[in-house]
Design a protein around this ligand. Sequence first.
Ligand code: SF4
Ligand code: SF4
Length: 343
Amino acid sequence: MSKKNEGGLVLEIQRMSTEDGPGIRTTVFFKGCPLTCAWCHNPESILARPQVQWVGSRCIRCLGCVSVCPEKALTAGDAGIEVDRDACKGCGTCADECPTTAMELMGTRYTVEDLVREVEKDRAYFESSGGGITASGGEPTMQADFVAAFLKACRDRGLSTALDSSGLCTKAALNRLLPYADLVLFDIKETDPDRHRRFTGVPNEGILANCRYVHDLIMAHGTPARMWVRTPLIPGFTAFPETIARIGGWIAENLGPGVARWDLCAFNNLCRDKYTRLGLSWILADEPLLSGRELEELAEAARASGVDPEIVHASGATRMEDVENGEERPERPRLTLIKGGCC
Ligand code: SF4
Ligand code: SF4
């Protein structure tokens, strides 16, 4: 690990991932994101600094955390330990003091060397599966210099690399990172500018321009080698056939054979507890999963949108459907569960 405030700020290292690129991958989630998507599956990744969360089920009410906090940011109330997030400096003293890991510090500083050493432990899995490492987030381009050095170091050691980005960044950041990425996972959440701004808090013109830019580099130089486009299927936001058809039309018109795959990632609500632990409410907390039939309809809209149907992949958990009109439930597509959900 690095000294305080030095090195890359990492939220989590997730091993054995099968959804962030080909093969078995180790995904490094970097902390900090400029978007505030209404459906965000990783709300703890948004702030670009360490923060604590309290897990009530593990707490034995010893109050050690309250007594050691130098900022007096913690209080014990009827509902448990409350964090004054304006006062908290993310120093981690309370988490160090906690005997049960009920108080957790999210966000750890790494040096490039330490981070590479961590991911290299999974080399055997990469080699047997055609996998590698994926830099994700949050938004990894927010730490472009560190992530570029990390990807380069992985490449130098023969590890395959992928960059997973929302695309909201400068071209300078892309230029630093792309020479060291074998694959780019690029999110296109919505092509309509007004809807994109309402759902994510940011405009999409720069994102779409960056998407074209990455694709042009692939076609002109073969670096990075290829890109996968990813679109989250969020009930009430993006999970409409007309939205998916619109995004597919944009891909067909603006991109080309550099796009090896278009992933449609079904909404899941596994992150509900994350919001609770951070003391946040979530607009989608009670939203059910898509049904298998809904997911297939969206995939069909994608395949009919003008892109090569072969590149469309739909995945994610789906809910059980009720038997309708006395007819048997249609067979559901083969699906895999994404841990955090993409985008
Ligand atoms: S992280 Fe530091 S400042 Fe924040 S609550 Fe814990 S001890 Fe207090
Ligand atoms: S130190 Fe840990 S177990 Fe003790 S009150 Fe704080 S969160 Fe709960």
